[in-house]
Design a protein around this ligand. Sequence first.
Ligand SMILES: [Zn+2]
Length: 208
Amino acid sequence: MFHVATPVPAVRPSARKRRVAFVVVGAVIAGLLAIVVTLLVTGTFAAAVRPIAPLAPLLPFEPTADDGLISGDTEVTLADHDLPAIARLDPALAEAMRDAEMDAAADGIEFEVTSGWRDDDYQRWLFDDAVDFYGSEETARQYVATPERSSHVTGHAVDIGPLDAQLWLIQYGSAYGICQTYANERWHFERATEPGGVCPEMKLDAEG
Ligand SMILES: [Zn+2]
């Protein structure tokens, strides 16, 4: 006798295809989920959707009051101790300048501080700007000192205006130990001698 094999119920081809497609789609979704979770966990995704924060350090440097900036639209005097440009001046220079300021006031002259202490970054920024303007580091050095050489960075220099205050200091400054130190900067003063002493010969410029 022979028997007829019971036909194994075949999986219909269309059903198999559907199962394969289901597995493939599932794998793809799982893969994508894994990538998103990884990006979220590592912060890459968060960084990508918030581009402003990571880019901030790439913005060009702009000096602020903390760097010693005195903005052009504010009138600053030696009494403005809340500004780092004034507060971080060398104490001996600040004291000599205040003595001179008091006596100049008796002559009807007021000192305005146009620049005082500056930090390295601010001085570097000024120097780089001068290089752009004059076209070479060599020429720029005649007008702006590098951070390594600037007496503003150490707090040993102060720029004074307006013209009548500059002329007063050029004439009487040595009585307080204050001298114009660069021939091409009639606004730039340093404590360069003893009170009542003789000012040293001026350097030609910031490079001299
Ligand atoms: Zn100066």
